[in-house]
Design a protein around this ligand. Structure first.
Ligand code: PEP
Ligand code: MG
Length: 884
């Protein structure tokens, strides 16, 4: 085995660059050297040695010493310098470099090879005595800290004492002689603290540094970082030993960081910062403000200090050439570190750069256009989860403030408005043209009007699939739910934030539905712009994906939005929301409160034309695309008044005795409504409700077909089925109505009746249920709730603790639980298709808009995913990625 690989030494061996063993930094140095780019010569000790180090009680493998010595000879030959040499000494940097970047987590030693003799040689060689002693001072300090374990603070104290004695403000004011004094004080300190003198032998220094870098793989910092990012211990780190180049050798020297394109905007132009006369550490420390590399960048930032382009045109133009070559070579945005030593450019690292969401899209599209990457690659490069951010305003990235509360990012977008505490106030404020945020403990379906009138919604309870969240996402209204560290006091109309902050009705508050933050007052936001790139990327994604993308739309408005975003049908139209529109709630209540079937039918007759009109409009908007309409699902008492005051109001409106109304409400009371009288159970006890809805659907289909001349094929969906016989019964009633409407209209209708699979029993008995169903729609909200036995409305209160304690990695209501809920989905699709090979299967739970869950749906070969309108672009892209 080779433990060591040289680079930049005119090596003739052309090794395969094994990134996993050389580490990110080592691989990039080897590759740049091989491309003939200016890289200071060096060697990489592969990560296998790190494994050996830990397996063998911090020992090194046989042969390593000889290989390192040979490598050092090569560096000496390439640089014309000698390690420990008394004339032209070679100084080294020793750095870690793991397979994935772990910024700042492991140790580094610079200026290695300096001692009481070589420091003089360095002074003579560079003609800069001050520089040489400053380098020695820095080296002792770093080495003592990293290798000998003596805290930096001791040294800082000496340095600061000396500077205040001399009345200096900056280290740069120290003269060579003063630095010499400081160095001898440092050496004395080492003697006193450690009882040993600073190692003068460069080889001893080198082995000390190598051990220290390997040891830092298990430092507390690095261990925590590895745990956080799932980086296995076994990977280990490589060690890079490289000839030092100096960015601090005067005003024709510099060090900096450059990106091949702008990582925040994606603009195709070199972008970056540098410090004149400085070492890399100074850039990281952030003590001095860096200058812009390009003249355009300088002008854009309004800075006065000259650009690198102006100051060092030759080195700059070389950097431009190198950057372009690296980008072409790697086919991605590069983030590069460089140093200029007395006018000569040296590259120290290159890696794929991190970038903002909008920039990622622009860069991917530009690179595909430039022929640098394929279309498939461009599709892969954009994170689907970032698309729905792009459709909404976001808080300006430069704005920093402490949130007064935080909850779940339920519906993206950042908005500011006056606080209102009720739906009615939201509506009246909206009518006056004021912008408001509706703040509630939780929302109920009755708040829907207030939610439409509000700029945003904030609740202190409820999860990602709570009513507020689902409705807000559907409408594209920014929403934060479950802000458990805030409290609504309805008695005094005060919103309590963290740290004792009080906000009253009318005060301005900003919510950020993309992150879950709540901020006091108004906050600067950025507007989205739907670029050409966005539309083109969507087109490419559509051509690449197999699954269709539908939308969950309850209203004509939702349907229209979703069409604009490219939905290919409606996968779920929840009819219950329609009954809260305008005055309908009154008729709905009359229906629910009726004492007998005749009373119910009378109210249903009034609801029929309204439902029919809704469906006609939706069919017209969807223009022949499939539309799945679900029969009424929620427990009936959700439509009823909650307290005394509301009860009296309703009694008045319905012209009913308050006592009678109270009786009926009590009769409808349920201990556990989510597992109670809802879904198909309603259609079984009150078939006239389902029949009214079926009639409305069929009559609307007839009307739409007459209007457009195109047939409409409605899909009617029965919710909360667990028994085949339930579906059989409800389907029988629907078929009966279909026959009647066909006779009445003289038109033949094609329609399909299917069911949701949202209960474990339905998944298990899918083969039986499939015999009655034309389609399945996986209702993963309820399926998650019932598989875990975990209330979707109450879970956020304690799931946070689960995630913090590592008991549960992700919220299963946001991102599918593949192992449990996923297993049931798999069973349901397999068993359903076994009974009926052409069974259409989709998903309409909130997971239908979650990229990781969409990938899972592709493995089940679902026909479509359905999600809220604003997530349709995300789903289109995620489905494409899942197909590639
Ligand atoms: C579901 O349960 O997944 C579903 C889509 O229905 P709802 O969210 O309306 O219960
Ligand atoms: Mg459901």
């Amino acid at each position: 085995t080779n433990w060591v690989y040289s680079f930049g030494c005119g090596e003739t061996q052309s090794l395969d660059i094994d990134r996993d063993r050389l580490g990110g930094k080592g691989a990039s140095l080897a590759e740049m050297a091989r491309m003939g780019l200016p890289v200071p010569p060096g060697l990489t000790i592969i990560s296998d040695v790190c494994q050996h180090f830990y397996v063998h009680a911090k020992g090194f493998p046989d042969g390593l010493k000889q290989e390192i010595e040979a490598g050092l000879r090569a560096i000496e030959a390439a640089t014309g310098r000698q390690f420990g040499g008394a004339e032209t000494p070679l100084l080294l940097s020793v750095r870690s470099g793991s397979r994935v970047s772990m910024p700042g987590m492991m140790d580094t030693v610079l200026n290695l090879g300096l001692n009481d003799e070589t420091v003089k040689a360095l002074a003579a060689d560079t003609g800069d005595e001050r520089f040489a002693w400053d380098s020695y001072r820095r080296f002792i300090q770093m080495y003592a800290d990293v290798v000998l374990g003596l805290d930096q603070e001791f040294f800082e104290e000496i340095l600061e004492d000396r500077m205040s004695e001399l009345g200096y403000a900056y280290e740069t004011q120290l003269s060579a002689d003063e630095l010499k004094d400081i160095v001898s004080e440092y050496e004395k300190l080492l003697d006193e603290e450690l009882g040993e003198s600073f190692p003068q032998d460069p080889c001893e220094q080198l082995w000390g540094a190598i051990s220290a870098v390997f040891s830092s793989w298990t430092s507390a910092r690095a261990t925590a970082y590895r745990a956080l990012h799932d980086i296995p211990f076994d990977w280990g780190t490589a060690v890079n030993i490289q000839a030092m180049v100096f960015g601090n050798l005067g005003n024709d020297s510099a060090t900096g960081v450059a990106f091949t394109r702008n990582p925040s905007t994606g603009e195709k132009a070199l972008y970056g910062e540098f410090l004149l006369n400085a070492q890399g550490e100074d850039v990281v420390a952030g003590i001095r403000t860096p200058q812009s590399i390009t003249e355009a960048g300088r002008i854009a930032s309004g800075a006065e200090k000259p650009s690198l382009e102006k100051l060092m045109p030759r080195a700059f133009s070389e950097l431009v050439t190198v950057a372009a070559r690296l980008e072409r070579h790697y086919g991605d945005l590069q983030d590069m570190e460089f140093t200029i030593e007395r006018g000569t450019l040296w590259m120290l690292q290159t890696r794929n750069g991190k970038r903002a969401a909008g920039a990622a899209m622009k860069i991917a599209m530009d690179m595909a256009d430039e022929g640098l990457i394929s279309r498939d690659e461009a599709i892969i490069r954009v994170d689907p989860a970032t698309l729905d951010q792009m459709l909404h305003p976001t808080i300006s990235p430069d704005f920093k403030a402490n949130p007064v509360g935080s909850g779940l990012p339920a519906s993206p977008g950042a908005v500011t408005g006056e606080i209102v505490f009720s739906a009615e106030e939201a509506i009246s404020a909206h009518a006056e043209g004021r912008k408001v945020i509706l703040v509630r403990t939780e929302t109920s379906p009755e708040d829907i009007h207030g939610m439409t009138a509000a700029e945003g919604v904030l609740t202190t309870r409820g999860g990602m699939t709570s009513h507020a969240a689902v409705v807000a996402r559907g409408m594209g209204v920014p929403c934060v739910t479950g802000a458990g560290n805030m409290r609504v006091d309805r008695f005094d109309n005060i919103l309590h934030g963290v740290g004792g902050v009080l906000m009253h009705a009318g005060d301005l508050v900003t919510i950020d539905g993309s992150t879950g933050r709540v901020l006091k007052g108004a906050v600067p936001t950025q507007k989205p712009a739907l670029s050409d790139d966005f539309q083109r990327l969507m087109g490419w994604a559509d051509a690449a994906r197999r699954m269709k993308v539908r939308t969950n739309a309850d209203t004509p408005g939702d349907a229209r939005t979703a069409r604009e975003f490219g939905a290919e049908g409606i996968g779920l139209c929840r009819t219950e929301h329609m009954f809260f529109e305008g005055d309908r709630i009154k008729t709905m209540r009359r229906m629910i409160l009726a004492e007998d079937e005749a009373g119910r039918r009378a109210a249903l007759d009034q609801l029929l034309p309204m439902q029919r009109a809704d469906f006609e409009e939706i069919f017209a908007i969807m223009h022949g695309l499939p539309v799945t309409i679900r029969l009424l699902d929620p427990p009936l008492h959700e439509f009823l008044p909650k307290n005394e005051e509301e009860r009296e109001e309703v009694a008045r409106a319905l012209d009913m005795e308050t006592s009678l109304l109270k009786q009926r409400v009590e009769a409808l009371y349920e201990f556990n409504p989510m597992l109670g009288h809802r879904g198909c159970r309603l259609a079984i006890s009150f078939p006239e409700i389902a029949e009214m809805q079926a009639r409305a659907i069929f009559e609307a289909a007839v009307a739409a077909a007459r209007l457009t001349g195109e047939a409409v094929v409605p899909e009617i969906m029965v919710p909360l089925v667990s028994l085949r016989s339930e579906l059989e019964y409800v389907k029988g009633r629907i078929d009966g109505i279909a026959g009647t409407v066909m006779r009445e209209s003289g038109m033949t209708l094609t329609y399909r009746v299917g069911t949701m699979i949202e209960l474990p029993r339905a998944a298990l008995r899918a083969h039986e249920i499939a015999e009655e169903a034309a389609f399945f729609s996986l209702g993963t909200n309820d399926l998650t709730q019932t598989t875990f036995g975990l209330s979707r409305d109450d879970a956020p209160g304690f799931l946070g603790a689960y995630q913090k304690k590592g008991i549960l990695e992700r919220d299963p209501f946001m991102s599918l639980d593949f192992d449990g809920v996923g297993e049931l989905m798999k069973l349901a699709t397999e068993r359903g298709r076994m009974a009926k090979p052409d069974l259409q299967i989709g998903i309409c739970g909130e997971h239908g808009g979650d990229p990781i869950s969409i990938r899972f749906c592709e493995t089940l070969a679902l026909d479509y995913v359905s999600c809220s309108p604003f997530r349709v672009p995300t789903a289109r892209l995620a489905a494409a990625q899942a197909s590639i």
